[in-house]
Write a protein that binds this ligand. Structure first.
Ligand code: NAP
Length: 253
């Protein structure tokens, strides 16, 4: 073992992949990127990486100790709440500094017609009476919530196909990873005669063009709000994480 400092990055986002590469470039620092292992072809990582759940708070605590992690960066997706709370508890248990990288949420601008809801279940509840042909962009994990809406046709876009036996709403699946251009999004909405969108408020640029296209076409967007995040230090961009890590590692010595 060297004396290099070890930084664990909880990932699953584009920012996390970029961040891991940049942290690994800091002299005397090793970055280890962690993925949940759900996506068949994840964004390629250039650093040491691991894949799969840790086994809850206890498993993550053990991992932090066994791997002699000095600093933990939570760069998971804003909707990945469980791992963020696990990370908070495990880092506290090990007395390891922890930082959350949270990309800013999208903000409503003039011309947007958003119906803001707390959850996918709440989104499904508002759809009857609102629209007949929905562009559903919530990933694959909670698709079944919409499957009993038999009078609505769904265009569903996600990276990987849903599990074999999962309940899928009536409609069409598109398997694609962003970024998507405004032109692509506009023509998709027009081609499938979409009359409303359901989206998580993921933030970031890669999937924002659908929101612009909805605004241009005067379509309502049912926007699922983010879950709460644990207490602790937070920054909004990769460069701020790098500064924070440098500072923390300097303090650790
Ligand atoms: P979640 O509900 O917060 O986590 C579920 C479980 O997956 C966790 O308890 C943990 O298992 C494992 N896990 C999650 N992220 C992990 C990571 N980076 N490394 C190792 N294990 C991880 O998360 P989710 O919503 O299922 O999302 C899974 C992953 O996909 C996350 O890493 C997230 O960044 C990414 N992602 C999520 C979304 C979304 O909308 N939810 C969108 C894009 C990307 P154990 O308890 O066994 O440790």
């Amino acid at each position: 073992m060297t004396n290099d400092k070890r930084v664990l990055i909880l990932g699953g986002t584009g920012e996390a992949a970029t961040l891991a590469a940049k942290i690994d470039e800091i002299p005397g620092v090793n970055a280890i990127a962690s993925l949940a292992g759900r996506t068949q072809q994840p964004i390629p990582l250039t650093t040491t990486s691991r894949s799969g759940g840790f086994g809850g708070v206890v498993g993550l605590t053990d991992y932090l100790r066994q791997e002699r992690i000095d600093v933990l960066i939570d760069a998971t997706h804003p909707f990945a709440a469980k791992i963020s709370f696990n990370a908070a508890l495990a880092a506290d248990e090990c007395n390891i500094p922890r930082l959350m990288l949270i990309r800013p949420a999208w903000e409503k601008v003039p011309g947007d017609n958003w119906i803001e809801v707390e959850s996918n279940q709440a989104a499904a509840n508002v759809l009857p009476g609102l629209a007949k042909r929905i562009f559903l962009t919530i990933g694959r994990q909670e698709l079944s919530i919409y499957s009993n809406l038999k009078d609505i046709w769904f265009l569903m876009r996600m990276i990987d196909a849903p599990e074999a036996n999962s309940l899928i709403p009536i409609g069409k699946l598109i398997l694609q990873r962003g970024p998507f251009s405004l032109e692509e999004e506009r023509s998709l909405l027009q081609e499938y005669e979409i009359d409303a969108i359901v989206s998580k408020n993921s933030g970031g640029d890669a999937t924002y063009p659908k929101i612009i296209a909805a605004r241009e076409l005067g379509l309502p967007v049912v926007m699922v709000q983010r879950p709460s995040v644990p207490n602790g230090e937070k920054v909004a961009d990769v460069e701020s994480v790098i500064s924070w890590v440098r500072n923390r590692l300097y303090q650790i010595g």
